[in-house]
Write a protein that binds this ligand. Structure first.
Ligand code: 5GP
Length: 133
């Protein structure tokens, strides 16, 4: 059965996309630890991070690097943190999380954003991503 993230890739489930290329997609997390919390995923469905080949892993990290740079340009934060968990969705994803305080790194702390805020944030990060690629 297709994962929820494969359904996002196919467009069956909507998302706030921030970056895309042939192999990867980045979109805003729907239940963010902090404003700008973004998920980077390979389009090829793979369960665990270390199920990826070394080349796939490296390419995912390169994509995530570019997305993090775009987030840094748009979201005021001390730094962008990176985390890989995967206990909820069995489709590899890199969490990129703007950090100001330790609670932003804790998946128990969540922020509420309006759909307008999601939309404009995604558009701004997408523009920053395009301008550097
Ligand atoms: P993990 O699998 O790393 O524990 O967490 C999965 C992440 O995916 C969570 O942060 C959750 O908010 C996010 N997530 C789950 N379902 C959706 C969805 O349908 N859309 C988006 N944008 N994010 C989702």
């Amino acid at each position: 059965m297709a994962t929820i993230f494969s359904k996002i890739i196919s467009g069956e489930i909507p998302s706030y996309k921030v970056a895309e290329n042939q192999d990867f997609l980045a979109f805003l997390d729907i239940n963010p630890n902090a404003k700008g919390h973004t998920l980077c995923i390979p389009k090829k469905e793979t369960n665990r991070l270390f199920d990826l080949s070394m080349d796939e892993y490296t390419a995912l990290m390169q994509f995530s690097y570019s997305v993090a740079k775009a987030i840094e340009k748009v979201v005021e934060c001390n730094r962008v943190g990176l985390s890989v968990i995967g206990l909820e969705v069995p489709h590899v994803h890199v969490h990129l999380i703007p950090l100001n305080e330790m609670k932003n790194a804790q998946f128990t702390h969540k922020e509420n954003l309006t759909s307008e805020a999601y939309q404009s944030l995604a558009a701004d990060i997408a523009e920053a991503y395009k301008s550097q690629n």
